[in-house]
Ligand binder design. Structure first.
Ligand code: CA
Length: 521
């Protein structure tokens, strides 16, 4: 098949000899590259194991785990894009940084303190390239070039200080090229650098790149054990959500089984040039034809949709994985690998058919946990696996401590540097606070707050219902049974309620406190 999308080329790789002042200053202050993808489930990173690891490996992302540390329990505070990004910049919970949801949200207040501003003040050259999703213009960056809103996969628009323009090519490859070119300039500046490379992929509607269009089209992936979850033993929130593969996932826009080509404009497929479209048609037209000929129904249709979903989702990730490989190779070829911390994360986790779902939002494991891999050459022992309860709210403080910058008191996380150095403090957190707000809204996941410990999860759905749930992850790792009203959990439930109240006070979540929803049961 002929591929027509223009590939971004990288100038200068391997041609620069870098024994400069940069390396010397970086010896004191490490360079930092923070790579974040959008909606990348840990279940889809082979370093994390799982049922997909042999079918869709991520060898380059895995290099960071091999050369650094893999966090198994990095929890997010509010599992949705913009809010997670705001938490990572500010180190503050959503109710304090002001960016609580995506839909109907005011622009991010860029006048508040952020870690890029503090790094910049400490002499770092800072940049963000790729997805931003916070409405306002980035602040605290020497250089920024972002996608408008969610951005497009094909021939995307970018916004920078000069305005908006369109570029031809595939978004993941274009972002990678921009980052490499920026690094090429940054290394000459004599300053340490901090780059945030933020991919759009693998966000819905999971449109693969020209080099991965055919990658998994003949692959059959294993199914998660909860694909046909009926939500029995759980409450109203689980039964009334709108995020199932069965009902919510669209045959045309999501799975690209178009009957009506006019719908292509809803997902940006109309941005393809005629030539690019011909290549796309070569791959998808036979799939579309076969689908409407065979017409699967019922559970067979759910199974079919799951496979089509994963084929495209994982193909998007394959391009992200190549991007990570290019950055790692660039650092090595330019003698920057020893002085550069590389972090790989997603904004939050994602469902790959677990509970019959796609999307995120919930405090259940797949969306509550985000992948986090960090290599810090000479400091973090290669191949470390960590099970401490860390959080995305810890990222800014960690990066500040790495750079020797003092942390403002208003930040609410905790630096992971001691863990990265191999020694978890004895008073490291044993519980984690969560609050999700986007309801009513897309996917209709009811507002909830809650807290988790290593073993338990206490969740309260408030707003238009008043229902509590309690999960025992030891007895029920897939979170299929709410035991809140089970008398054998009476004392656990009471203790968790008290701890939840303390967390609300600690993190100054006055809205949740004011609800006074904590029942005495
Ligand atoms: Ca996301």
């Amino acid at each position: 098949m002929h591929i027509n999308l223009r590939l971004t080329t990288f100038l200068g790789i391997g041609t620069m000899i870098c024994q400069s002042a940069v390396s010397q200053s970086a010896a004191q202050k490490p360079n930092i590259i923070y790579i974040m993808s959008d909606d990348h489930a840990y279940q889809a990173i082979s370093a994390y194991g799982g049922i997909l690891k042999d079918h869709a490996p991520t060898p380059n992302i895995d290099r960071i785990a091999r050369d650094g540390i893999r966090f198994n329990r990095c929890l997010v505070t509010n599992s949705i894009s913009g809010p997670c990004r705001a938490v990572i910049l500010t180190g503050k919970y959503s109710h304090l940084n002001g960016f609580i949801k995506n839909e109907g949200q005011q622009p991010f207040d860029g006048s508040q303190q952020t870690f890029p501003k503090l790094l910049q003040k400490a002499g770092y050259n800072t940049a963000i390239i790729g997805k931003w999703h916070l409405i306002s213009e980035p602040t605290g960056f020497n250089h920024w070039e972002i996608l408008p809103g969610q951005g497009n996969y094909y021939n995307p628009d970018f916004i920078n200080k000069d305005g908006r323009h369109r570029e031809e090519g595939y978004v993941t490859e274009i972002i990678t090229g921009k980052c490499i070119r920026w690094l090429d300039e940054a290394k000459k500046s004599g300053k340490p650098f901090m780059l945030m490379m933020h991919h759009k992929a693998p966000h819905r509607e999971w449109q693969p790149g020209p080099n991965e269009l055919t990658l998994y089209k003949n692959t059959t992936f294993p199914e998660p054990s909860t694909l046909f979850d009926d939500y029995s033993n759980r409450g109203t929130a689980e039964k009334t959500q709108d995020m199932t593969i069965s009902k919510t996932m669209r045959i045309e826009e999501d799975l690209k089984l178009y009957k009506d080509q006019a719908k292509m404009k809803n997902t940006g497929l109309n941005r393809l040039t005629q030539e690019q479209m011909a290549s796309w048609d070569d791959v998808y037209n036979p799939i579309i034809k076969k689908f409407y000929e065979t017409g699967p129904e019922g559970n067979e249709l759910i199974r079919y949709k799951y496979q089509r979903y994963l084929q495209d989702y994982l193909a998007c990730i394959a391009a992200v994985d190549k991007s990570v490989g290019k950055v790692l190779d660039y650092l090595k070829a330019n003698d920057l690998d020893k002085n550069t911390v590389v972090i790989y994360a997603s904004d939050q986790g994602f469902y790959l058919g677990e509970h019959g779902w796609f999307d995120k939002r919930w405090m259940f494991e797949e969306s509550y946990r985000t992948p986090l891999l960090i290599q810090w050459p000479g400091i973090t022992k290669p191949g470390t696996v960590n099970n401490d309860m860390v959080s995305n709210i810890d990222i800014p403080e960690t990066l500040l401590e790495m750079a020797g910058v003092s942390v403002p008191a208003e930040m609410q996380g905790r630096s992971m540097v001691p863990i990265l150095k191999g020694k978890t403090p004895s008073n490291w957190r044993k519980e984690h606070y969560y609050h999700y707000y986007e309801y009513p809204g897309s996917h209709m996941v009811k507002r909830h707050y809650g807290m988790s410990t290593e073993r338990y999860k206490l969740i309260h759905y408030y707003y238009d219902i008043d229902e509590w749930e309690l999960y025992d992850l030891k007895a029920d790792p897939h979170e299929m049974k709410n035991v809140y009203d089970d008398p054998s959990y009476n004392s656990v439930r009471k203790k968790l309620h008290k701890r939840l109240l303390k967390l609300m006070e600690k993190f100054r979540d006055s809205e949740a406190l004011a609800k006074s929803f904590l029942p005495v049961k």
